[in-house]
Write a protein that binds this ligand. Structure first.
Ligand SMILES: Cc1cc2nc3c(=O)[nH]c(=O)nc-3n(C[C@H](O)[C@H](O)[C@H](O)COP(=O)(O)OP(=O)(O)OC[C@H]3O[C@@H](n4cnc5c(N)ncnc54)[C@H](O)[C@@H]3O)c2cc1C
Length: 452
């Protein structure tokens, strides 16, 4: 794909500074190194302040909960655009963030978890973000403080919550050891390693069963991507094996053309993958490897069950009323990402209930809209009345080929929601090695924009 087509497909050209997007492949991650005040863009040996303006007239204490795709981005951009008057504290218990994006490739040995680890050192050293390695256990919106796992608390003028998702318990029976093998691996970490080992132990006679919950779930194309890379691995490395995809949804939820081809074409995974729609999970018998669904019962060696999700516990367990959408997600104002239940509290990323997908790319985009809005609010200014966001997702189909989807959203004042522009979701015309090359650059730029 040439540069012009890349810009057109991914909507980067129209977006401007405040908006997100995959950075241009040509930018090699340096594309966002400049602040909007024109501060230094030095990429190496940067000292605090060299990548951000002085006082821009925005002053306040911002606490950010969660250093994932949304939280790390908002912390960085609040400083980079807001300047020295915006005091940003990021509360995240883990020393490294393990990217979910590309974690399906850990399952097949194409990546290691270590290669997907991102630290917070750039946020602290380049942008002066304060990182507190604790969890937030409670929020007091009256005194405007968050309580930390060590018993201390932090005051805020504005709070940004980006805790990602938690998972419901599975309807499962069987011995504890058998149940422990049934993992979701839908949050990169120990479960990813466990599932990788189980797949590596499969033979050409074995079956891998993947269950997909009803939407909304994080990364709409992600489960189908997983089915493809596992099928590819079984064929390539084991010389056979089966993948059964039990989808609670009525059909494939993203990249319908490319996944339909991948699932049916015998040259791809047509002989390996069986796709079953309308298969809502009823129960799992872990001892027998039996999965019962509304579309029948299936037996397999490895069961990878992705449970329904909800917003992170700091939202759903909170007495604040933040989880005001079906008791599972946080309703937000789409111009600011401020909670519709609790003033001065913003929710971004997977935890927010929006018309946009739950995905890392758009979490990065939402974070920038939120950062821009908070900076304007701190200055007593009106916020941008017409934000634009975009989402892109590249999907490995085999080792060395990929497809992609892209969509640009624009604020619609009539519905007060973000609606897709143009033709809506665009998917790549096919599955190709060129897409795979673009995928590697896209990931590198997205993660660089988030953590560097
Ligand atoms: C297999 C897989 C593949 C994917 N592929 C893609 C893809 O190709 N493209 C794409 O755009 N998206 C993809 N996604 C989706 C993407 O990973 C998520 O949508 C994205 O990570 C959401 O970002 P987030 O910041 O909301 O949550 P997360 O990235 O999950 O970050 C949440 C952070 O909050 C922290 N936290 C939680 N609770 C607390 C607390 N109480 N106190 C302090 N910190 C807390 C956690 O430790 C974590 O670091 C994929 C997901 C999976 C599972």
């Amino acid at each position: 794909m040439d540069r012009r087509k890349f810009l057109a497909h991914f909507g980067v050209g129209a977006l401007g500074m405040v908006l997100a997007g995959p950075l241009l492949a040509e930018d090699k991650g340096g594309g966002n190194a400049k602040s909007n005040s024109g501060a230094s863009s030095s990429k190496t040996g940067a000292t605090v302040g060299s990548l951000m303006p002085g006082n821009t007239g925005a002053n306040g204490r911002i606490v950010v909960i969660g250093g994932g795709m949304a939280g790390a981005t908002v912390a960085k951009y609040l400083r980079m655009w807001g300047g020295t008057g915006v005091d940003v504290t990021l509360v995240e218990p883990n020393a490294a963030y393990y990217s979910n994006i590309f974690s399906n490739m850990v399952l097949t040995g194409e990546r290691t978890l270590g290669q997907l680890a991102f630290q917070y050192s750039s946020l602290t050293s380049k942008y002066g973000v304060k990182w507190v390695a604790k969890s937030v256990t409670a929020i007091d919106p009256v005194s405007q403080r968050v309580m930390l796992s060590d018993g201390n608390s932090l005051p805020y003028d504005r709070l940004v919550i980006a805790p990602g998702v938690e998972f419901d318990a599975l309807p499962m029976s069987g011995a504890a050891a058998a149940q422990a093998k049934v993992v979701h691996a839908w949050k990169a970490g120990p479960q990813t390693t466990s599932l990788q080992a189980q797949i590596a132990a499969m033979t050409s006679k074995d079956t891998f069963i993947l269950t997909i919950p009803a939407k909304p779930y994080r990364c709409p194309p992600g489960p189908y991507e997983r089915a493809c890379v596992v099928a590819d691995y079984l064929k390539r490395v084991k010389g056979g094996g089966k993948v059964i995809v039990l989808d609670a949804n009525p059909g494939i939820q993203a990249e319908v053309n490319n996944f339909t081809k991948a699932f049916t074409d015998p040259k791809l995974h047509g002989n390996t993958i069986t796709y079953v729609p309308n298969a809502s999970l009823i129960s799992i018998d872990a001892d027998r490897g039996k999965v019962s669904t509304t579309a029948g019962a299936f037996t397999g060696k490895v069961i990878n069950a992705i449970p329904p999700h909800k917003a992170g516990r700091v939202i759903t367990d909170s007495a604040t009323g933040l989880a005001n959408v079906a008791g599972r997600w946080a309703g937000v104002n789409m111009l600011t990402y401020e909670s519709t239940a609790v003033p001065n509290v913003h929710v971004i990323g997977d935890a927010a209930a929006t018309s946009q997908p739950k995905a890392g790319h758009i979490a990065n985009a939402e974070a920038k809209v939120c950062a821009d809005a908070i900076i304007h609010l701190l200055r007593g200014e009106a916020v941008n009345p017409a934000p634009i966001t975009n989402s892109a997702c590249f999907t490995p189909i085999t080792r060395g080929t990929a497809s992609w989807l892209s969509v640009v959203y624009r604020y619609d004042p009539a519905s007060a929601s973000m609606l897709p522009t143009g033709n809506g979701v665009t998917e790549s015309a096919g599955i190709s090695s060129d897409n795979y090359e673009q995928m590697l650059k896209w990931f590198s730029n997205l993660m660089s924009d988030t953590f560097s």
